[in-house]
Design a protein around this ligand. Structure first.
Ligand code: DSN
Length: 415
């Protein structure tokens, strides 16, 4: 994809777009929530559908001229149903947060109670953080991971649910490296007579490929974003059983959104189609194998992984035991100077601020898209460790940067 036409009319924006493409080509994207979509998904997202209003749903729009909007939305829905085995799918949420808002709006009233995982333990803002609408509109209490093991404290959650009597329990996380036992959380939700929302934003692709247990058919509602492990471009999705379909659809439109972003819905359709290819299963398996290889090697270097490892696409490093004077932010910044882009992250039992926390989170979805295997990820772990161990050493950072340049030349991305 070129930006020649943009350049003719708007060189400043063309500079930024080309700069971003070069940045993605020339660095290793290890933010666990990021990935690289195909050229086909990008083409669909930049289509004329960006011009089209299509409020409503296929066959029931509030505007004329929606026949092709209907086509792409129907394709996105059918493919999502096939990928995740869901009865009902709404592909219109603009993001994972909007998808969560749609579910809350569908079944909760203001002041109702949400029980969700604490943000510093791996939860998400839209699960009820005080700075987010969910924390402002609803009464929220939060559960935690077990301080010793780093795994969800399922018993603690069950006790908390009995005491708090929530209207909805939220599972599914942003910085949790282990398989989630959705059935067990459903049992807790049943005992509390609460709804269960499983937010699989991070693991949509792993669930679709069958390399992570699926909450579809278990939890009442499953939400996700479509640009992480599933590589279908930016957006959100809601899945539920038929009995909730009308409430969910009404909560998305007109409840919380106006016109759907039909160009993004087209991207979702293309990306979901790609994920239905049998090759996608191999991609998802490799993503998990790569995260394990990355984590194992970081541990061999003496770094402490929350939960002592990973079952999915990410690792969470607690720097405090091995490098008590080094912060996640210092490591994030030094690594970025070397061309490895990941994020500083809070860790369970965080003792620093969210802006300068004690951990780093690293994911393998984007590296795997580039073709990295376990050996390559072990080498990336070595590079990360070198910088963790000496974030202020310019020679080390430069040397790591030189090797990153070689790796990005070898594992090419966008033309
Ligand atoms: N911001 C995303 C993440 O990095 O996990 C979640 O929405």
């Amino acid at each position: 994809m070129t930006y020649d036409t943009v350049r003719e009319t708007d060189p400043a924006v063309a500079d930024a777009l080309e700069g971003e493409r070069a940045r993605q080509n020339d660095t290793l994207a290890m933010i666990a929530s990021e990935n690289h979509v195909s050229e086909a998904v990008m083409e669909a997202q930049s289509s004329e559908l960006t011009n089209k209003y299509a409020e409503g749903y296929p066959g029931e729009r509030y505007y004329g001229g929606c026949e092709y909007a209907d086509d792409v939305e129907e394709l996105a829905i059918e493919r999502a149903q096939e990928l995740w085995g869901a009865d009902h799918v709404n592909v219109q949420p603009h993001s994972g947060s909007q998808a969560n808002m749609g579910v809350y709006l569908a079944v909760l009233d203001p002041g109702d109670k949400i029980l969700s995982l604490d943000l510093t333990h791996g939860g998400h803002l839209s699960h009820g953080h005080p700075a987010n609408f969910a924390g402002q509109v609803y009464e929220v209490e939060q559960y935690e991971v077990d301080a010793e093991t780093g795994y969800i404290d399922y018993e603690g959650l069950a006790d908390h649910a009995e005491e708090f009597d929530p209207d909805i329990i939220v599972s599914g996380y942003s910085a949790y490296p282990r398989e989630v036992d959705f059935e067990r959380i459903q049992e807790t939700a049943d005992a509390a007579d609460a709804y269960h929302l499983a937010d699989i934003a991070h693991i949509t692709g792993l669930v679709a490929a069958g390399v992570h247990e699926s909450p579809v058919g278990v939890a009442d509602f499953v939400t996700g974003s479509t640009h992480k492990t599933i590589r279908a471009g930016r957006g959100g999705i809601i899945m539920c059983e038929e009995e909730y379909a009308d409430d969910v659809d009404a909560a998305v439109f007109p409840g919380s959104q106006g016109g759907p972003l039909m160009h993004n819905v087209a991207g979702k359709a293309v990306g979901f189609g790609e994920a239905l290819d049998p090759e996608f299963e191999a991609y998802a398996e490799q993503t998990v194998a790569n995260a394990k290889a990355l984590g194992d090697r970081l541990q061999e270097h003496g770094l402490d992984l929350v939960s002592d490892g990973t079952d999915n696409h990410l690792v969470l490093v607690d720097l405090r035991p091995s490098h008590p004077d080094t912060t996640g932010k210092a490591v994030e910044e030094a690594l970025e100077d070397a061309g490895i882009v990941l994020n500083a992250n809070t860790v369970p039992g965080e003792t620093r601020s969210a802006f300068n926390p004690s951990g780093i989170r690293a994911g393998t979805p984007a590296l795997t898209t580039r073709g990295f295997d376990e050996d390559a990820c072990r080498e990336v772990a070595d590079l990360i460790y070198d910088v963790v161990d000496a974030p202020g050493d310019e020679d080390v950072v430069a040397k790591v940067g030189d090797r990153v340049d070689e790796l990005t030349d070898e594992y090419t991305l966008y033309e």
